[in-house]
Design a protein around this ligand. Structure first.
Ligand SMILES: C[S@@+](CC[C@H](N)C(=O)[O-])C[C@H]1O[C@@H](n2cnc3c(N)ncnc32)[C@H](O)[C@@H]1O
Length: 306
């Protein structure tokens, strides 16, 4: 393996750990009305000499949310809202008849295990880069033992491999109603890769759903650095080697999806996310929140959009 490849592999693993660290920090919040639901995140992060592993150290872990809030103001709250929102939408889609679920760019997403009961009748496909997927399997074995029989691992390098072909080889049926969770991935991909993924999704069975988070295009372009947390997020992820690369123009999500033949069910922005997921026991939001993005719930229309 060349040096460049080794660096890329380390990066895919550490971005997955970074997202899990946010969820692990969210699960430590005192107020139960605000606490993040991912109580497996800390366990899924591997032990060792890396920053994310601090969350596993009893005397140090309570300092982690404070440090994160310094480095990435607002990020923990965004992660709490994103995790709660995506859990809710995933389960709603399954209850409404989705027979398959794909966790795309799965990282250390705990849903196939944390929500194993609710997902037991669904074919679950965890799709990720080979390096991250191997790490995830090791961690899942260490934390829950053998994965549930309905969970399959699909390894794909989005830069090289054909997602549809790899999924088909794992038994995925594009003709059956599916729900796709795509958390924390789209903003880091080039526009072409996001478009290709939306086009692939648009070819799945009618009424299939896609849930993903995004940043406003203008924020990604650096025009909104005055917004709370925007400059820190842009700079920090770039310094870690994975800059924000794509976004949806502010207020244009419906048109953006329609260009791929998809319909917008809901674009959950700051106000809605605050009302649903970030209202503390005192009836107030926890502090300042990100307003430069949101969570999209999109659908393959029952009949094609003209
Ligand atoms: C920020 S993490 C998000 C992980 C997870 N969805 C979450 O919310 O915790 C980004 C994920 O995209 C995956 N990824 C990045 N580049 C990739 C590529 N070229 N092919 C496949 N997966 C990739 C990484 O392995 C990682 O799991």
């Amino acid at each position: 393996m060349g040096l460049e490849q080794a660096r890329a592999n380390r990066l895919t693993r550490s971005t997955a750990e970074g997202a899990a660290l946010m969820r692990a920090a969210g699960a430590l919040i005192d107020d139960p009305a605000l606490r993040g639901p991912d109580d497996m995140a800390a366990d899924l992060i591997g032990p060792g000499l890396h920053a994310a592993a601090l969350i596993k150290v009893p005397l140090l872990r309570h300092a982690v949310p404070v440090v994160i809030d310094r480095l990435l103001p607002g990020a923990i709250w965004f992660e709490v809202a994103r995790t709660r929102g995506m859990d809710e939408l995933l389960l709603e889609e399954v209850a409404a008849g989705a027979e398959q679920a794909i966790v795309l760019g799965a990282g250390l997403d705990s849903r196939p295990y944390r929500l194993a009961g609710e997902l037991s009748e669904v074919g679950v496909y965890e799709v990720d880069h080979p390096t991250t997927a191997a790490y995830k399997r090791d961690r899942v074995r260490a934390v829950v033992g053998e994965p549930p029989a309905n969970v399959r691992y699909v390894t794909v390098d989005f830069d090289r491999d054909d997602l549809a072909a790899e999924l088909a080889a794992a038994g995925f049926d594009p003709g059956r109603r599916t729900v796709v969770v795509w958390s924390g991935v789209a903003p880091y991909l080039a526009e072409d890769a996001v478009s290709a993924t939306l086009d692939w999704f648009a070819g799945l069975a009618p009424t299939s759903a896609l849930v993903f988070d995004y940043c406003w295009r203008e924020m990604v372009d650096g025009e909104l650095d005055h917004l709370y947390g925007a400059r820190q997020l842009r700079r920090r992820v770039a310094a870690q080697g994975e800059p924000l690369r794509s976004g949806i123009p502010r207020g244009r999500t419906a048109e953006y999806l329609a260009a791929h033949g998809l319909e917008l069910v809901e674009d959950i922005g700051l106000e809605e996310a605050t009302a649903r997921y970030l209202t503390g026991s005192d009836g107030r939001p926890p502090g300042r929140l990100w307003e430069f993005g949101g969570v999209v719930h999109a659908r393959v229309p029952a009949a094609p959009i003209r």
